[in-house]
Design a binder for this molecule. Sequence first.
Ligand SMILES: [Zn+2]
Ligand SMILES: [Zn+2]
Length: 409
Amino acid sequence: MDAARVVNSEDMSAVHDLLSTDSRDFLITPSKGQVKVDELEGKTIGLYFSANWYSKCQQFTPILVDVYTQLKEQGDKFEIVFVSSDEDQISFDLFHGTMPWLAVPFSDLQSKKNLTQKFQIEGIPSLIILNSRGRPIQTEGVELIYQYGVQAFPFSSEKIVELEAEELANHASQTIGRLLSTSSRDYVSKQKEQVPISQLVGKTVGLYFSAFLCSPCEKFTSRLVTVYQQLKEKNMDFEIVFISVDRDETGYIQCYQSMPWLALPHGDETAKSLLRYFHVQDIPTLIIVGPDGKTVTREGRNLINLHLEMAYPFTEAQLSWLQERLDEEARNYPKSIHHIRHRHTLNLVSASSGGGPFICCECEEQGSGWAYQCIECGYEIHLKCVQGIGQDNLENRTVNTACACTSGN
Ligand SMILES: [Zn+2]
Ligand SMILES: [Zn+2]
């Protein structure tokens, strides 16, 4: 008992040293109340480095709020401390107002700096987990929350190893039925109708994670609709299921209106568990499940962008055939070109000669492998996007302000 107390007082000072200063022994609540740092003693703590101005933080915060609320309801000893990178007090107040946990006061810039340095925070959002003795045990808290949600608690390495093993087993025994159904629902929606999930067995199925008012989603959806219709015309055994990331039903309805395929009913809990199961962090995401119910690829979006309907059935055999075809075609492309929408010369690159994953400055979609690249400013485009220029769709193109160098005519 005595020994335990000694250890405790030492550990208490670990949390105390980390989160208080000579002039401040408290943290603040969203309603500007104060909570003594020492009250966190014995709890697992998440240090949440985040900022209002960054979309990835805005996206992650509500997910963390859900997990936090559930852990609190279960009575788990868990607390989160927001360490803000907001630009001013007003932004800080607004952002902290969306969080049910504590924060280091915005005015205490020195503590923020010290914590950022101590935990070598290079990007946000970041969630550093301290165990009940105040020792850091996980630096990848954000990923763990995305993957395992509330189950990740208490974030010990034993717990994570256990979850990983469980996840591997789940993926190995995956079927479309297990992915999409619940104990009370064995159908998916087709607008107002119900379609039994059994009808999807033996098909290639795309699980499409998307949301309303997300411009990359809107853009990709229209491309995916074309591909879907082409595959349907060819009678391919292909189906898509929309999995909404929208919180409100209006967003869901608006978004689903533009889609000719199936959907999980709005508000279904399966959507959340699928997000975690497939580690979806960005939308739009298209996961492809094969006729045997196993995951074929998580790169459906990228593959559709590169190959359109030719990507089907997304198997390695199809992709290597497409790659060979692309290599063959690329051999006939000029080594360098002058593209009318860019002021510098562009060079043909492949994965083995300086090309890598990129965002196309013309269509703003992902690409990898063959591309035309500007050595001077990093401008990079798909081969197919060069072909399109000056032809039918030039008037529809917008200049991408994200590129280092704006296009010159
Ligand atoms: Zn492109
Ligand atoms: Zn350039």
